[in-house]
Design a protein around this ligand. Structure first.
Ligand code: ASP
Length: 312
């Protein structure tokens, strides 16, 4: 019997039902539904895990609801600097971009770095030159304008603070998007894309484009995509840590991910979550925040879309 699995996230954080309108909740669920359906179509017809995670992330990058692509937050200069990464568990091939502007789908550029360059990680002007050499068309600033993101930036513009995709600091919410998949051949892949933090400066880069921190895939263990306070996820090498606990401590996917999200990263002071799939198609979606926009589906798994910590 054929087997495949896909899981996606649209960020974790202080997502409380009482702060949400039904309309907004439905809009998020619809966006997650569209993304996961696109990936299922690929996997169901025998497509690769890499293709499935690319399609799923692109779909969320095209939505203004998430902090990636179109919905990216404002930097201190009032621009948008985006980061993305993709990794193929079959051969540990990977591609990543950081500090890019005007690119509609950063995950496409990360994949092009993986497939059409000798490198793994390109940043800033160089990454933009590479995009030009691949004939990318640039979107103008209007495409990335969103009133909510603008208002979030206005609140802290000119100050030294930066924040994670929400206007109230302690009410933090991370809007990064990601996808992990196992295809019918048992290959794993992970992709992650983000606009980073509101009012970020000095070329700040989070965990999302860093292979092993916010994104990792290895057919021998698992594929992982993270969302949360990037600085902590970098220091905890979170995505690779899940894989390492499986490889070197023989932990199950669920136990390894639980250990990292509920113990190790919390101990460091980091909050957020991750989605992960192993080579058998098992999935886990742990988070230590109030909620995480998430969905999963598979040949043997019924499609499920959730936001809050208790199943809704
Ligand atoms: N991890 C991302 C970063 O630090 C933020 C997020 O998950 O929304 O850039």
């Amino acid at each position: 019997m054929k087997n495949y699995t896909i899981a996606i996230h649209g960020g974790a954080g202080t997502l409380l039902k009482e702060n949400m309108t039904t309309e907004k909740e439905n809009a998020y669920k619809q966006a997650l539904d569209t993304s996961i359906d696109a990936a299922v179509e690929i996997l169901e017809s025998g497509g690769s895990a890499i293709e499935a995670v690319t399609i799923a992330v692109k779909s969320m990058e095209d939505s203004p609801l998430f902090n990636a692509g179109k919905g990216s937050v404002f930097t201190a200069q009032g621009t948008h600097e985006m980061d993305a990464a993709i990794m193929d568990g079959k051969d540990l091939n990977a591609g990543a971009v950081s500090l890019i502007t005007g690119i509609k789908n950063p995950v496409d550029l990360a994949r092009d770095v993986m497939e059409h360059s000798e490198h793994v990680f390109l940043a800033g002007d160089g990454a933009m030159e590479f995009a030009k050499s691949r004939d990318y068309q640039l979107e103008d600033a209007d495409y990335f304008f969103d009133q909510l993101r603008y208002d979030q930036w206005q609140e802290i513009k000119g100050s030294d603070s930066f924040q994670l995709d929400h206007s109230v600091k302690k009410d933090s919410k991370f809007g990064t998007v990601g996808a992990v998949a196992m295809d019918q051949n048992g290959n794993l892949a992970a992709a992650t894309s983000t606009g980073g933090m509101t009012n970020k400066k000095w070329g700040r880069i989070g965990d999302s484009p860093m292979i092993g921190a916010g994104n990792y895939a290895n057919n021998d263990t698992c594929a992982v995509s993270c969302t949360g306070s990037g600085e902590y996820f970098i220091r905890g090498v979170v995505a690779y840590e899940v894989s390492a606990l499986m490889e070197f401590k023989n932990m199950s996917l669920e136990d390894a991910a639980h250990e990292v999200i509920q113990k190790r990263i919390l101990k460091l002071g980091g909050d957020g979550g991750l989605i992960a799939v192993d080579a058998k198609g098992n999935i886990t979606l742990p988070f230590n925040t109030a909620g995480m926009y998430r969905a999963f589906a598979g040949a043997k798994l019924q499609k499920t879309i959730s936001i809050y910590s208790d199943q809704d």
